[in-house]
Design a protein around this ligand. Sequence first.
Ligand code: IPE
Ligand code: IPE
Ligand code: MG
Length: 247
Amino acid sequence: MSPIDQATLNANPAPKHIAIIMDGNGRWAKARHMPRAHGHQKGVQTVREIVKHCAKIGVDSLTLFAFSSENMKRSSEEVGLLFKLFLTVLKQETKKLNNNNICLKIIGDMSVFTPEIQSLADDAEQLLSHNTGLNLVIAANYGGQWDIAQAAKKIALEVLGGRINPSDIDVDCLDKYTSLANLPKVDLLIRTSGEVRISNFLLWDIAYSELFFTKTLWPDFSPDELDEAILNFHSRDRRFGARKEDA
Ligand code: IPE
Ligand code: IPE
Ligand code: MG
């Protein structure tokens, strides 16, 4: 029995936006004397379960860190394997996501991927763009620093074109050019595998996110543990810099 039931959710809804650093696939495989590829494959299975669960409990947006810009530093063998897995997942899951009314957005510098992956990703985003259920965001070749830099570049072009006045550039303006513009702010950031760092995932967007770290390796992460993280989130006192007495 899942630790979150409908009565709990009625009293205290799920966070609007959850982001997850899905780490620990390699160590999961190593512990089983299996190649790293098995860990990544099992990790995809966990993604399926978590996406399904988030849709079920009414999460608005789920952003998953699938591949960081720095992961390109890994061996060509592992990078190739991860690209292949990305391709397979796009081919196999798009229809299922559509059947579940899920809207898909892929963020990151897609230029490193093969033309086949890029066009499948574009097609999937387009096909799912009218869906009204969970907003699923996949971060692929993504870096939080890259995101801020690409937003700055777009704003610079608007300034050059005379569409933005430099004096109008503020937090709200920059926010509109970041990859997660138009989605609710990230309420809860989860990282699996015991590492306690951000590893250049969302930087701009986690200014006031609640952080939850677990030692569980991603392939072992479950809907029950997600519920635990949400219950923990419910117990947090979010002040956003203000004091209750001043409200
Ligand atoms: C996370 O698992 C998946 C990616 C970074 C692509 P890792 O591959 O980082 O697994 P560990 O951290 O080596 O166990
Ligand atoms: C972060 O994990 C990236 C993803 C989960 C996709 P890493 O395994 O790349 O992070 P570090 O190297 O331990 O910081
Ligand atoms: Mg790792």
